[in-house]
Design a protein around this ligand. Structure first.
Ligand code: ZN
Length: 287
């Protein structure tokens, strides 16, 4: 297991962590000040300054990406199917332009929450089937573009509105059906926030192996959690044994970035430099 206690070369900042404090250009400049060389930008932040400019600033700053956020929401009613797929094809194209190592997917669940205006449904099993069919279409496109797809299993509290894939086992089952050769074209983004509670986590990480482990996201689980979406904790402030999980991941050969992804109304109110300095410090002590 790598020693993170002396430097932060393997720290990446998911730009949603500081999305309230500045645009992508401001975040890039701040990361330079803190010696941070990894980034995972979000589509809307890229769009806000323009794809070409974002790509140029990322390249000029010498950054590597740990992922691109995000594609998915693959479920819809028939009337919204084409738009859902087009949106995902564009996300793949953007990821290719940015030379991202993977496109992170929040796969979607019940159609009325996945694509606004879709006819409401309670059929989560049907949503899972449709999601997998559409994911197969997207995988064909992403393979041609050379962009690996990373399924992010989300905590079950998001099963209705964000992702019908809620365990690492389920995500890996899908990967095995769509890519039995383990070609590297599809795998998982493992986020400790979503998966730390899973009694199968260690075994499923071992099953994933290096071919499927495409990204590793960190933050912490606060007790109590005040908001289902925007109350994630800074590493070290909650109950997740992050170093233990990182040890399991690295035992499989994962040698990439630990990507800090914190959606938090509390941290969004702190100055940009304070948040990044805290991320660097906690990366050394709590990741
Ligand atoms: Zn994540």
């Amino acid at each position: 297991m790598r020693d993170f206690s002396h430097d932060h070369r393997w720290l990446s900042i998911n730009t949603a962590t500081v999305r309230a404090q500045g645009d992508l250009s401001a975040i890039i400049e701040a990361c330079k000040r803190h010696g941070i060389r990894g980034l995972a930008p979000w589509r809307e932040q890229v769009a806000a300054i323009g794809l070409k400019r974002a790509a140029a600033e990322i390249r000029a700053g010498g950054f590597a990406l740990s992922g691109y956020c995000r594609g998915g929401f693959l479920t819809s009613d028939a009337a919204h199917h084409a738009a859902a797929m087009d949106d995902n094809y564009r996300a793949v194209d953007e990821a290719a332009e940015l030379q991202a190592p993977c496109l992170v997917l929040v796969v979607g669940s019940l159609p009325q929450f996945s694509r606004a205006g879709s006819t409401p449904s309670k059929d989560i099993a049907g949503a899972r089937r449709q999601m997998e069919d559409n994911l197969a279409l997207l995988l064909d496109y992403a393979r041609r573009a050379g962009v690996p797809l990373a399924i992010e299993p989300l905590h079950p509290m998001y099963a209705a509105d964000r992702a019908c894939v809620n365990t690492l086992r389920h995500a890996l089952d899908i990967c095995d059906r769509l890519d039995p050769a383990r070609s590297g074209s599809i795998g998982v983004a493992l986020d400790v926030y979503h998966t730390w509670w899973d009694p199968e986590l260690e075994a499923q990480i071992a099953r994933a192996g290096p071919a499927r482990l495409l990204a590793f996201h960190v933050c912490d689980w606060l007790v109590p959690t005040a908001d289902l979406l925007n109350d994630r904790g800074m590493m070290g402030d909650g109950v997740i044994d992050i170093p233990r999980i990182r040890g399991w991941v690295e035992a499989q050969g994962f040698a990439g970035y630990a990507e800090v992804e914190i959606f938090s109304t509390a941290w969004w109110q702190r100055p940009l430099d304070e948040v990044l300095a805290t991320c660097v410090a906690r990366h050394k002590t709590s990741v």
